[in-house]
Write a protein that binds this ligand. Structure first.
Ligand code: G3P
Ligand code: MG
Length: 372
């Protein structure tokens, strides 16, 4: 058959606009789908209007989360239309043959994600607590929990013979930590060590008087956060602390221990996720590839993607990110704020969106009318 006949005569051309949907507070509240979320996504799929899901959440492999979301939202979602907080970690090949520490999430699901990404030596704070319970006195009551999924360490913690002691080459916070105390202590043990060798202490990171002070001055391993959210919309009616809350707490302890920025010992870290530019660049590439895939199915004209409607509930991540993102492809990112999550109806948003609407269906209805 010729290329033209593959496209059914009635099929409209693929529109030149698309959507990026935040998940928590827009499509779901924890495990519960929000009213009209199914209706909104089903409508877009019936009209062949492309969309992706762009979340600061995570904790499971992309393939697992899209299966969950397909069941919850009753529309087919696949990994080509899905970007979550730690998705970009999958591309960090430089650490895949090194020993990395993965923090956060339920049990050791995030370790399993890292291993699916290709990381070959992954250690968790639970592994360290199981091997050395005295490392953190205040989680003894959780030892039986940790023992159900912890693994033996790739090397002992033996500060008397540093070369053989466990060395961490990078720390990745994949998802919201469940044991802030243990995770804070272990991350600080790594950051204050000599070159990431657990059990050692590097005076350089705490003593302003010493030369070469400060994090990563002494070959310290980098610290990656996947999600900046101080607050997020869970099932409870008020916003809850997210991974950004853990980071702020960690920064507070770091400052107390080392003097922090005022002492010139800033906690250097790389914070990824919305609202940061790399996340929107990554999402735009994925959306354009997904749109091309849809067009290929119908053999339609490619046309240009002119606008993406970023529908979110959090002004500090979704709205700020879309408002400040300048697309290298000339795409206009229009932010649409819904009132079903963190943002409270009637309050002035810190970062004004293109439009404020009640919920995700109203966001789609408004955007489609905008496009005529
Ligand atoms: O951990 C999830 C939370 O940070 C918010 O996720 O989907 O609203 O970007 P989301
Ligand atoms: Mg949200």
């Amino acid at each position: 058959q010729s290329r033209r006949t593959l496209q059914s005569a009635s099929a409209p051309p693929i529109p030149e606009f698309a959507f990026a949907f935040d998940i928590d507070g827009v499509l779901v509240r924890s495990s519960d789908p929000l009213p009209r979320a199914h209706q909104a996504l089903a409508y877009l799929q019936s009209q062949r209007i492309p969309f992706i899901l762009l979340t600061n959440g995570g904790g499971k492999h992309e393939s697992e989360r899209v299966d969950d979301l397909t069941r919850k939202l009753e529309v087919p979602i696949d990994t080509s239309m899905f970007v979550q907080s730690h998705t970009p970690f999958a591309d960090m090949d430089e650490y895949k043959d090194k020993t990395v520490m993965v923090v956060g999430g339920v049990e050791d699901r995030c370790r399993l994600v890292a291993e699916k990404y290709g990381f070959k030596s992954v250690v968790t704070p639970g592994d360290i607590l199981t091997a050395y319970p005295e490392v953190w006195p205040f989680s003894q009551q959780l030892l039986s929990y940790y023992k159900t999924f912890s693994r033996p360490l790739p090397a002992p913690i033996d500060s008397s013979s540093p070369p053989s002691s466990l060395k961490i080459d990078a720390i990745f916070v994949y998802n919201d930590p469940r044991d802030w105390g243990l995770d804070t202590q272990i991350i600080l043990d790594v950051l204050l060590s000599e070159q990431g060798i657990l059990g050692t202490y590097s005076g350089k990171n705490g003593q302003a008087s010493l030369p070469n002070k400060g994090f990563q001055q002494d070959g310290q391993p980098p610290l990656y956060f996947s999600n900046p959210d101080l607050l997020w919309a869970a099932k409870y009616n008020l916003p809850r602390l997210g991974q950004g809350g853990f980071r702020e707490a960690l920064e507070g302890v770091w400052a107390a221990l080392t003097g922090g920025e005022k002492n010139g010992v800033e906690l250097k870290k790389i914070v990824m996720g919305k609202p940061h530019r790399p996340t929107y660049e990554f999402a735009e590439k994925r959306l354009m590839a997904h749109r091309k895939h849809i067009i290929g199915q119908y053999d339609g004209p490619l046309g240009n993607l002119k606008r993406v409607y970023m529908v979110g509930d959090n002004t500090e991540s979704d709205i700020l990110g879309a408002n400040s993102y300048v697309s290298g492809e000339g795409v206009d990112w229009a932010s649409v704020l819904v009132e079903t999550g963190v943002h409270v109806r009637g309050t002035a948003p810190n970062h004004p969106p293109r439009k404020i609407v009640k919920d995700v269906w109203d966001a789609v209805a408004w955007a489609v009318t905008q496009e005529g």
